[in-house]
Design a protein around this ligand. Structure first.
Ligand SMILES: Cc1cc2nc3c(=O)[nH]c(=O)nc-3n(C[C@H](O)[C@H](O)[C@H](O)COP(=O)(O)OP(=O)(O)OC[C@H]3O[C@@H](n4cnc5c(N)ncnc54)[C@H](O)[C@@H]3O)c2cc1C
Length: 364
C-alpha cells in the first residue's frame, strides 16, 4: 500500500514527488522514459520559458536552474505584434529560456531516491473503494495494479485521471498548440508574441532556441488549425522573419480556463494538480508556476490529513483560484482589440529605441 500514487512526472508531478518523497511512500507513474540522461524519445511541445512567478517558486523551493538545462540565447525583450491594429512594440521581459526535456529530467532528478519511479508506464484506470484507491497501469505490455490512500492526476492537459473522475465535465476550453522549428541564420534577440484574430483568438509566438526559431500558435482545434498555422507563417515572412527549411513540427492540447469553475481539483481519494486540474494562465498559457504551486498546496494538504487531502487542497488553493480570476480579467484586456490598441498606442512600459537599434544591425 502506497500513501500516494502520482500519474505524470512533468513539473507538477515531479514537484509533488519531491515534496513528499522523504515523508511518504510514493509511486510515480510516467509514460515517457525520463530516468536516464540525454535527449528523450518524447519531445514535450512547450515554449520552455520559465516566467518570474515560476522562478520565484523555484527560489522558494531552494532550487536554481543548472546551466546545462538552459537554451541560448537568454533574452530580455518581447516584440509584440498586433496584426489587426497594425502596431508593434518592444517590452522588457524576464523569462529564463530552457530546454523543456532537460528541465523535466532535472526536476525529476531532485526527487528523493525513496520515491519509486516507474517510467515507460502508461496509466490506464483506477477504482476508488472509499478507504483506498487502486490504479492500473501498463509496463512492458504487463498490467500492474497498485493500491494507495490517494491517487494524484498530474498527467497534463489531456488528463486521463480527470476524464475518469469527471466523465460529465468535458467543457474545458482547449486549444491545439502547434510548434514548428526552423534553422535561425541570424541572432534574433527577442521573443515574439503575435495577436491576430484571423489566426486565433489566443496568440502566436516565436522563440529563438539553440540556433533554431520555434514558431508556435494556440489554435481553435475545430477551425482548420493546420491551414491557420500556414497562414501565420506567411504573415511572419511578410514581417521579415526568415523561416527557411523546417526541422520538424509537434503539437499538444492546451487548456485555457474561462474561470475558476473550469478548475477541477478532485474528490474522494483522487486529486488533480497542474494542467490536469486546469491550472494554467488564461492570458499567457504560462503553466509552470501553476504546476509548482498546486503541487505545493496538495503536499500541505497531504501532510495535514491524507484522508481528507482532496478537500483540504481545494481550501488551500484559494489564492490560486483568485489568481485565475485576475488572469481572466487581464486576458479580457489583452485580447480586446480596443484596449490593446489603447495600451500599445500609448507606448506605456514599452522600450522606445530598441527597434532602431535592431534596424541598424539589420535584424529587422
Ligand atoms: C505549445 C505550448 C507551449 C507552452 N509554453 C510554456 C512556457 O513557455 N512556459 C510555461 O510556463 N508554460 C508553457 N506551457 C504550459 C506548460 O507546458 C504546462 O502548463 C505544464 O507543462 C504543465 O505541467 P504538468 O506537470 O501539469 O503537465 P505536463 O507537463 O503535461 O506533464 C504531464 C506528464 O504526464 C505524463 N502522462 C500523461 N498521460 C499519462 C498516462 N496516461 N500515464 C502516465 N503518464 C502520463 C506525460 O508524459 C507528462 O510527462 C506551454 C504549453 C504548450 C502546449
Amino acid at each position: 500500500m502506497y500513501d500516494v500514487i502520482i500519474v505524470g512526472g512533468g513539473p507538477a508531478g515531479a514537484t509533488l514527488a519531491r515534496l513528499l518523497g522523504r515523508s511518504r511512500k510514493v509511486l510515480l507513474i510516467e509514460r515517457r522514459y525520463i530516468k536516464e540522461n540525454g535527449e528523450g524519445d518524447f519531445k514535450k511541445c512547450c515554449g520552455g520559458l520559465v516566467a518570474p512567478d515560476a522562478q520565484r517558486l523555484l527560489a522558494e523551493f531552494g532550487l536554481g536552474i543548472p546551466g546545462e538545462v538552459l537554451d541560448g540565447p537568454q533574452l530580455f525583450a518581447v516584440r509584440t505584434i498586433d496584426q489587426g491594429n497594425n502596431l508593434e512594440r518592444y517590452y522588457q521581459r524576464h523569462y529564463v529560456n530552457v530546454n523543456r526535456e532537460k528541465f523535466d529530467r532535472w526536476l525529476l532528478s531532485q526527487v528523493s531516491a525513496c520515491v519509486e519511479v516507474e517510467d515507460g508506464s502508461m496509466f490506464k484506470n483506477y477504482m476508488d473503494f472509499g478507504k483506498y484507491v487502486q490504479a492500473t497501469y501498463l509496463k512492458d505490455g504487463e498490467e500492474i495494479v497498485a493500491t494507495a490512500k490517494l491517487l494524484v492526476g498530474a498527467d497534463g492537459a489531456s488528463s486521463r485521471v480527470r476524464r475518469r473522475l469527471y466523465p460529465n465535465k468535458n467543457g474545458q476550453r482547449r486549444y491545439i498548440a502547434i510548434q514548428e522549428y526552423f534553422r535561425l541564420t541570424y541572432n534574433q534577440p527577442y521573443y515574439g508574441s503575435i495577436f491576430d484574430k484571423e489566426i486565433t483568438d489566443f496568440y502566436s509566438w516565436t522563440i529563438p532556441k539553440e540556433g533554431y526559431l520555434v514558431v508556435g500558435s494556440a489554435l481553435d482545434p475545430y477551425n482548420e488549425p493546420l491551414k491557420k498555422f500556414e497562414e501565420l507563417k506567411g504573415k511572419l515572412e511578410g514581417k521579415g522573419f526568415d523561416l527557411g527549411e523546417s526541422f520538424g513540427k509537434n503539437s499538444a492540447y492546451l487548456l485555457r480556463p474561462r474561470g475558476s469553475r473550469e478548475i477541477l481539483t478532485g474528490k474522494g481519494r483522487v486529486a488533480l494538480i497542474g494542467e490536469a486540474a486546469g491550472w494554467i494562465s488564461p492570458s499567457s498559457a504560462e503553466g509552470l508556476s501553476y504546476g509548482f504551486k498546486s503541487a505545493l498546496n496538495l503536499s500541505g494538504a497531504i501532510e495535514e490529513n491524507i484522508e481528507r487531502a482532496a478537500t483540504l487542497y481545494r481550501k488551500k488553493s484559494k489564492s490560486l483560484y483568485l489568481n485565475i480570476k485576475w488572469k481572466g480579467i487581464k486576458s479580457f484586456l489583452m485580447y480586446n482589440d480596443y484596449t490593446r490598441h489603447m495600451i500599445m498606442k500609448s507606448g506605456v512600459m514599452s522600450m522606445g529605441s530598441i527597434k532602431e537599434k535592431l534596424a541598424e544591425t539589420g535584424i529587422i
